[in-house]
Design a protein around this ligand. Structure first.
Ligand SMILES: *[C@@H]1O[C@H](CO)[C@@H](O)[C@H](O)[C@H]1NC(C)=O
Ligand SMILES: *[C@@H]1O[C@H](CO)[C@@H](O)[C@H](O)[C@H]1NC(C)=O
Ligand SMILES: *[C@@H]1O[C@H](CO)[C@@H](O)[C@H](O)[C@H]1NC(C)=O
Ligand SMILES: *[C@@H]1O[C@H](CO)[C@@H](O)[C@H](O)[C@H]1NC(C)=O
Ligand SMILES: *[C@@H]1O[C@H](CO)[C@@H](O)[C@H](O)[C@H]1NC(C)=O
Ligand SMILES: *[C@@H]1O[C@H](CO)[C@@H](O)[C@H](O)[C@H]1NC(C)=O
Length: 799
């Protein structure tokens, strides 16, 4: 039978669909276009995906259904690729765990060329380390397009590009940026752009750009060859945390009048604020804090008509706070704090600020508050930071019924019951480092976050309500024992939220009490530098979340109770300068990373120490340690730095030392070591400076030759038990692994409440800073981290 070609097609299609129907393939329609699917699979090829985020990206599934992919409903073309990585902490905290995020390289030009209709690309907070943008994909595009149209990027569709927080990414060039001419939103926050000196010129070539974020990109140059920047569409400009070291550039004042948000904080800017800033008439947010601006706070700032956020704290502004600021009735946030301002602050400064919610106002040179005692402010604040030279709090404070967070800085006054009653409704109370005095024996603290440290508070410990999560009372003159705070069962109804307790550096006496079982949520306990006595009660082992326990500089004695090994989260355990006895407990895990030891140690190196197999750095230099270097040193496989210099160690260098394959720094100088430096090992890789000043040490890298048979067989053994009582006085350990993550497990309740993030970071900072600054004080590689951390804490407020 003859069939026409068209009939053949129909029959064939019918047959085909019959087959597909039987296999279930006809039960849905495939939307995804081949070209888009190939583009995505190409992208996937360049990506390392350790946790299988892209496991749904397989040809068995419609690519419009793949994770992170969105298609247009009508055309079915891919319009959205959104694969941000979520991490537990903001990734500008170094050491944030990103092992589950995408890494590898992004072939951006190919992706944009093939996904012709891509509107939005979001790869935020992953761990990519490279971006490829082939020039042939866009350069001379028009010349090439006739012959090789597919090699020309047509990115007139991409509007939204977010590569921010890929902190390993270093972009040497942004030459490719103008070819994505449709861009409206560009976020490159925390990407290293230090190599691209022409960044500004390139960015200004994007005619539709309305949002630009280049916070913390290591930019240094704010200048533009032309006076006039073409950012005609710009609405939001964030260039904070860079190193410009210049005045505000002229082009800024010539920006389009659309701009409503400008953030140039923490960018080393200098000079006076020029009046030309008023050209940006529509500004709603002006954030210039943490720079070196000087001169007066200009009174023309009062002429902005839409300003809601004015943050100019942490600069060098001097003189009076102009009363004109009190005209900006749109203001919700005003921060002039931490400038060397002088003079009087009165109701005139705040007269018309009826919308004000957040007010920061204090100066290191002490402002005088001259408020009418009957003044009732037009605002109800939610957050207040003040400091004043007067001996009393301003009375209008008590009219503020909505304050959630109160910080007082650089002030001195006596706190009385009225104050404690008033603040008990707030969730955050920060009075650290004032000269606040008074007896707090009868006070009941109720805020979630309370910092009263470094003041002149007296009396017995206050009581804590079940609301309190963080209580810092260190460095006051508190007396009595721990029981008012810990053992008042009436208060607690068995439930409380205390996570962080710091009552170190007071004059507390008595024992550690047996009331710890009531405080199961505790993560950090600081009781150092008091007169506490007795033993560590076994009930401390009932604190399952305990991460940091500081008991140093007290009169505690006895053995470390074995129950403490139940504190599985314990990372920092500081008991130096007490009178403990007994052996180092076995439970002290191999996770210990660094050991700090005070000077003037004598005796031998206790071999128990070498159970700390996770240690990466050990510094026992400048002590009076004698005896041999124990062979067990070879157990510390992670050691990167070892300093035994300037002691009285003797005997041979143990062969086992040469098995430490990570050892990058070694100093055995100025001891009484003898014999041959183990040869044929990496120990010869160090210079003579690592071995000098040892009487009878020989062999390379030293110039002293060894005689074949002259092997000193030093058989003097270390007395295993003889010196353990000397070990405890200077024992201090820090365990780093999983630190932040483990901690977060307990605290995420706090973390998720935005208002209490501040408090949360405070604990992290406390733990981390102590870890770095106390334990690892001699270890250089960690210093950088500590600095970065401080850097972070500077700008936490604006984030
Ligand atoms: C680029 O794509 C847009 C939208 O799809 C289209 O209108 C335009 O003609 C294309 N340009 C080139 C040079 O292919
Ligand atoms: C600014 O934009 C206009 C119009 O889009 C253009 O003609 C001009 O060349 C641009 N100037 C610069 C310096 O990019
Ligand atoms: C920017 O400055 C130039 C020259 O100084 C001026 O002609 C232009 O109108 C200004 N543009 C804006 C938006 O202020
Ligand atoms: C702004 O404040 C100053 C001083 O308080 C006052 O003299 C001036 O009239 C105010 N201007 C406006 C427009 O309200
Ligand atoms: C080892 O320590 C000694 C004494 O402190 C010092 O002089 C020497 O330079 C150090 N060697 C190295 C390699 O750091
Ligand atoms: C060890 O500590 C001493 C001071 O206590 C310091 O001078 C030395 O540089 C430290 N060694 C290393 C390797 O950091």
């Amino acid at each position: 039978m003859n069939t026409s070609p068209s009939q053949t097609v129909v029959i064939f299609a019918w047959l085909l669909c019959g087959i597909m129907f039987n296999t279930g393939l006809c039960s849905f329609t495939i939307r995804c276009k081949q070209q888009d699917m190939h583009a995505l699979l190409n992208f996937k090829q360049g990506v390392k995906d350790p946790s299988g985020l892209l496991s749904s990206w397989s040809t068995e599934l419609d690519c419009c259904e793949w994770r992170g992919v969105n298609c247009n409903n009508i055309t079915s073309r891919v319009t959205d690729l959104s694969l941000p990585c979520s991490t537990t902490l903001p990734s500008y905290l170094d050491r944030e765990d990103k092992s589950h995020c995408l890494t590898g390289s992004i072939h951006l030009s190919l992706l944009l060329m093939e996904l012709e209709f891509l509107d939005s690309l979001n790869l935020r907070n992953n761990d990519f380390f490279a971006i490829q943008f082939d020039y042939m994909h866009n350069h001379n595009c028009h010349n090439l397009s006739a012959t090789t149209p597919h090699h020309c990027v047509n990115s007139s569709t991409l509007r939204h590009l977010d590569l921010s927080l890929n902190t390993k990414l270093v972009l040497n060039s942004l030459q490719w940026l103008p070819s994505i001419s449709s861009l409206e939103y560009l976020n490159l926050r925390y990407i290293d752009l230090s190599k691209e000196t022409n960044w500004l010129q390139l960015v200004t070539m994007l005619p539709s750009l309305s949002y630009l974020n280049m916070r913390s990109c290591q930019l240094e140059d704010l200048s533009l060859s032309t006076q006039y920047a073409n950012f005609t569409a710009l609405k939001v400009l964030r260039l904070s945390a860079n190193e410009f070291n210049s005045e505000l550039p002229k082009w800024l004042f010539n920006l389009s009048s659309n701009i409503y948000s400008l953030d140039l904080s923490s960018s080393s800017l200098i000079g006076h604020l020029p009046k030309a800033l008023l050209n940006l008439r529509e500004l709603e947010d002006l954030v210039l804090e943490d720079n070196n601006f000087d001169g007066p706070i200009p009174d023309w700032l009062g002429e902005f008509e839409h300003l809601q956020v004015l943050i100019i704290g942490v600069n060098m502004f001097s003189g009076f706070i102009p009363t004109n600021l009190g005209n900006i009735s749109t203001l919700t946030n005003l921060d002039v704090a931490s400038n060397p301002l002088t003079g009087v602050v009165s109701e005139r400064n705040l007269a018309k600020l009826s919308k004000l919610k957040v007010l920061y106002i204090y100066s290191y040179s002490a402002l005088i508050f001259d408020f009418d005692s009957h003044w009732i402010p037009p605002f109800q604040l939610e957050e207040l930071v003040i400091g004043f030279a007067n001996p009393n709090l301003p009375t209008w404070l008590y009219t503020q019924k909505s304050i959630e967070s109160l910080t007082i800085s650089g002030s001195s006054f006596e706190v009385q019951d009225k104050f404690w009653n008033y603040v008990s409704r707030m969730s955050e109370l920060e009075l650290e480092g004032n000269s606040i005095y008074g007896n707090i024996s009868n006070v009941l603290l109720n805020s979630t976050f309370i910092d009263l440290s470094s003041n002149g508070l007296k009396g017995c410990l206050p009581r804590l309500s079940a609301n309190v999560a963080i209580a810092a009372l260190s460095n006051n003159s508190l007396t009595g024992d721990l029981s008012p705070l810990l053992c008042d069962h009436k208060m607690l109804n068995g439930k409380n939220n205390l996570v962080f307790l710091d009552i170190s550096q007071n004059q507390l006496s008595g024992g550690l009490t047996s009331c710890w079982k009531n405080w199961k949520s505790l993560v950090a306990i600081h009781l150092g530098s008091n007169n506490l006595e007795g033993k560590i009660p076994p009930s401390m082992g009932l604190l399952p979340n305990l991460t940091s326990l500081h008991l140093h500089e007290n009169n505690l004695h006895g053995e470390i109770p074995s129950s403490l090994q139940n504190c599985r989260s314990l990372l920092v355990f500081n008991v130096r300068n007490n009178h403990f006895s007994g052996n180092i407990p076995n439970w002290i895990s191999h996770n210990v990373m660094a050991l700090q030891l005070s000077n003037n140690l004598s005796g031998t190196i206790p071999p128990q120490m070498f159970r700390l197999t996770g240690l990466s750095s050990l510094n026992l230099s400048h002590n009076k340690l004698a005896g041999k270097i124990p062979n067990e040193i070879g157990n510390m496989k992670n050691l990167e730095s070892l300093d035994f210099s300037t002691n009285q160690l003797e005997g041979e260098i143990p062969e086992s030392l040469s098995s430490l394959s990570f050892l990058g720094s070694l100093n055995l100088s100025f001891n009484n070591l003898t014999g041959k430096i183990p040869s044929g090992t990496q120990l010869q890789g160090f210079t003579a400076l690592s071995y000098m000043g040892n009487r009878d040490l020989c062999g390379p890298p030293l110039t002293e030759l060894c005689f074949q048979d002259d092997k000193h067989k030093d058989t003097k053994l270390v007395d295993e038990d003889g010196h353990r009582s000397e070990f405890w006085p200077w024992f201090y350990i820090g365990i780093e692994s999983g630190f932040v993550t483990g901690f977060l497990g307990v605290c995420c309740g706090i973390f998720l409440s935005r208002r209490l993030r501040h408090a949360y970071f405070k604990i992290v900072s406390d733990l981390r800073d102590r870890l770095y600054l106390m334990i690892v004080i001699n270890i250089n590689p960690f210093r950088k981290d500590a600095e970065q951390y401080w850097h972070f804490s500077l700008f936490k407020r604006t984030n």
